[in-house]
Design a protein around this ligand. Sequence first.
Ligand code: ADP
Length: 203
Amino acid sequence: MLKSPYAGGHLEVIVGPMFSGKSEELIRRVNRSIIARQRAVVFKPAIDTRYDLTRVASHSGQSAEAVAVAHTDQARAYLSGEAGLFGPPAAWPEVVAFDEAQFFDDGLVPLALELADRGVRVILAGLDLDFRGEPFGMMPELLSRAESVEKLTAICVICGAPATRTQRLIGGAPAQYDDPVVLVGAQEAYEARCRVHHEVRRG
Ligand code: ADP
């Protein structure tokens, strides 16, 4: 059988609430590909300054080199060599990963599909649900289009059951459904919770 030069390209999506190990899993997959002598590039949204601008880091301390981009166009430019890197698409790396995928713009879906169509293994990790427990941005589309989906759970901080939701707390109380995503000056915290203990205040 003839092997296509674009064989092997596909989308792998890793989802779950905060603290479920999405970044850990992304870093594990990327580091294994590097051991296999493949070229891998990890992108993360530039707004996430959680630990380090040039690395992705998990809550438990693992990390991998990453490129922080403010827009998917910057990721495309980086891959296409406009930033002096890989040159034409034929020279794209074998593995391209996106952490915190839910925070990227709408250009992520077409870019991920184009990469996969060109033979790249694309790994996307992100929150499937927002703090209200509703589908997050373009994540449902990525989940539908992926060849492989891993849905991780954290541990509910209230009861110890598998946690599928991210609890948002403002000043120690559950956030309101209508609270804006960015609240300037508010004391905010996030916890992993199960369906029973996830609370969203309404009205
Ligand atoms: P994510 O990317 O999904 O937010 P990370 O990979 O950054 O998750 O972190 C996962 C790590 O977070 C776990 O290995 C564990 O050490 C730590 N952790 C902290 N709180 C919890 C929790 N409630 N449930 C599970 N893991 C937790």
